[in-house]
Design a protein around this ligand. Structure first.
Ligand code: PMP
Length: 428
C-alpha cells in the first residue's frame, strides 16, 4: 500500500502529474524512473521535455560533481564567473555559430521557460514601441501573466485572475484543415486598417506545439510566417522551450526550415540535467536593454552553466547524436503507425515530428485511459492537446532501442486493452 500522507497533508492541491502517477520515486537513470519499492518505469514524460539527455546523465553528472568538489560558485546573480564564461563560449562555438546564429547574444532571464517568454515579449514591445502580440491557437508559453496571455489553454487562462490583454490570437498552421491558408488570412487582417487588429510588436510561435497537441507547422508555413513578419514589421519570436535542444532531430526545431527568427526562447533541456535554466537569444541589433532593466535573482545558475556546456561538448560537436534522434524518431513513429493500423485509422492518428510524437485519440477520456493502463505496466506517459486527447511520447533522446521496444509494446497493449473494453461496452 502506497503512503502519500506527507503530500496529501502538506502539499497544495495544485499538484497534478503525481495524480496520474501515484507512486513515490526515489531514483532515476537514463530513461528509467525507480520507485522507493524498487519498481522501474520507462519514462516517456522526461520532465515534460526537460531530460533530453536522460536522468543523471553520467557525462553531465561528472562535470557537475567535479565543479561542486572544487567549490565552484552555485549562485552568481549576473556576475562574470568562469562557469558562465565557458557556457557562453561553448554555446557560441558549438551551437550558434555553426547554425548561422553567431550574431545572437544571450540574455539570462531567470530559471523557467515562462521567465524567458516574459523577457522576450517585453523586449519585443520595448524595441518596437507596440503593445499587441500575435500568438496562435493551442500555443502554450507559460503560466505567468504575460506568457499566459499568449497561451491558448483555457484551463490555465481561467486561473489568471486578471484580464489577459495585448494579444491577437490567430489560427495556427492547419487549424482549419490543410485547405485554409492561415497566413493569407493573417495578411489580410494585418493589411486592413479597420480589421481591429492593432499593429503587433511580434509573433510568438512554437514550431511544434508541445502542450497544444503536437501540431507541427510545415517548413513552408514557417517560411511564409517569417515573410509575413518582415512585411508587417513584426518580430518573429520562436518559443523553442519544448521543441528545442534536439527534440525534433536538430538542435533548434526550425534550423532546417531556412528561417531566421529575431528572438528565440530556450529552457527545459538546456541545462541537460533538469536544472532550472532559461535564456532568450536576441539578434544583436535588438539587444536594446538598459543594464539591469529586466532583473531576477536566479539568472546565474552556475550548475546549469556547467552541465549545459558539458552537454554541448558531448552531444553536439558532430551530427552523430542528431542522426540517432532522427533514427529513433522513425522507429517510434513506425511503432505508432502499427498501433494506429491495428486499432483503426478512423479512430487514431500519429502527430508530431522527430522524437516529439504522439497518437491522437478520439477524446481525452480514451487518451487518459491508455496512459493509466500503460502506467500499470511500467510506462510513465502523459497526454497533451486541446482536449488532452493526444498520448504524448516525450522520452529521453538517449533512450536505447531496447527500451523503445519495451515501451512501445506496453503502449500497444494499453491501446488494445482500452479499445477492446470500449468495444465490449458498446456491445453490452
Ligand atoms: N513554452 C513552451 C513551449 C513550453 O512547453 C513551456 C512549458 N511546458 C513553457 C513555455 C513554460 O515553461 P515553464 O513551465 O518552465 O515556465
Amino acid at each position: 500500500m502506497q503512503n502519500f500522507e506527507q503530500f496529501e497533508k502538506h502539499e497544495s492541491g495544485i499538484r497534478s502529474y503525481c495524480r496520474s502517477f501515484p507512486v513515490v520515486f526515489k531514483q532515476a537513470r537514463g530513461a528509467e524512473l525507480i520507485t522507493r519499492e524498487g519498481k522501474a518505469y520507462i519514462d516517456f514524460l522526461a520532465g515534460a521535455g526537460t531530460l533530453n539527455y536522460g536522468h543523471n546523465n553520467p557525462v553531465l553528472k561528472k562535470a557537475l560533481i567535479e565543479y561542486l568538489e572544487a567549490d565552484g560558485l552555485t549562485h552568481g546573480l549576473d556576475m562574470y564567473t568562469e562557469a558562465k564564461e565557458r557556457f557562453l563560449e561553448t554555446f557560441h562555438r558549438v551551437i550558434l555559430e555553426p547554425r548561422g546564429m553567431g550574431n545572437f547574444v544571450v540574455q539570462f532571464s531567470g530559471p523557467t521557460g515562462s521567465n524567458s517568454v516574459e523577457a522576450a515579449l517585453k523586449l519585443a514591445r520595448k524595441v518596437t514601441g507596440r503593445q499587441n502580440v500575435i500568438s496562435f491557437t493551442n500555443g502554450f508559453h507559460g503560466c505567468t501573466i504575460g506568457a499566459l496571455a499568449v497561451t491558448g489553454n483555457g484551463h490555465h487562462r481561467g486561473a489568471s485572475g486578471v484580464p489577459l490583454t495585448d494579444v491577437s490570437r490567430m489560427p495556427y498552421a492547419n487549424y482549419f484543415g490543410d485547405k485554409v491558408n492561415t497566413i493569407s488570412m493573417m495578411d489580410k487582417l494585418l493589411s486592413d486598417p479597420s480589421s481591429g487588429i492593432d499593429k503587433p510588436a511580434a509573433v510568438i510561435v512554437e514550431v511544434v506545439q508541445g502542450e497544444g497537441g503536437l501540431n507541427a507547422a510545415s517548413a513552408e508555413w514557417m517560411r511564409k510566417l517569417e515573410k509575413l513578419c518582415r512585411k508587417h514589421e513584426m518580430l518573429l519570436i520562436v518559443d523553442d522551450i519544448q521543441a528545442g535542444c534536439g527534440r525534433t532531430g536538430t538542435f533548434f526545431s526550425f534550423e532546417e526550415m531556412g528561417i531566421k527568427p529575431d528572438i528565440v526562447t530556450l529552457s527545459k533541456s538546456l541545462s541537460g540535467y533538469g536544472l532550472p535554466f532559461a535564456v532568450v537569444l536576441i539578434r544583436r541589433d535588438l539587444d536594446q536593454w538598459e543594464p539591469g532593466e529586466h532583473n531576477g535573482t536566479f539568472r546565474g545558475n552556475n550548475h546549469a552553466f556547467v552541465t549545459a556546456a558539458a552537454a554541448f561538448e558531448h552531444f553536439w560537436k558532430t551530427d552523430e547524436f542528431a542522426k540517432s534522434v532522427q533514427a529513433k524518431g522513425k522507429i517510434i513513429k513506425e511503432r505508432m503507425q502499427r498501433i494506429v493500423s491495428k486499432v483503426g485509422p478512423d479512430s487514431l492518428f500519429v502527430k508530431g515530428r522527430g522524437m516529439m510524437l504522439g497518437i491522437s485519440c478520439p477524446d481525452g477520456d480514451t487518451a487518459a485511459a491508455v496512459c493509466r493502463e500503460a502506467f500499470k505496466h511500467g510506462l510513465v506517459i502523459e497526454t497533451s492537446g486541446n482536449h488532452s486527447q493526444v498520448v504524448k511520447c516525450l522520452c529521453p533522446l538517449v533512450i536505447t532501442e531496447e527500451q523503445i521496444d519495451k515501451a512501445m509494446t506496453i503502449l500497444d497493449a494499453a491501446f488494445a486493452t482500452v479499445f477492446s473494453e470500449q468495444v465490449k461496452t458498446q456491445a453490452s
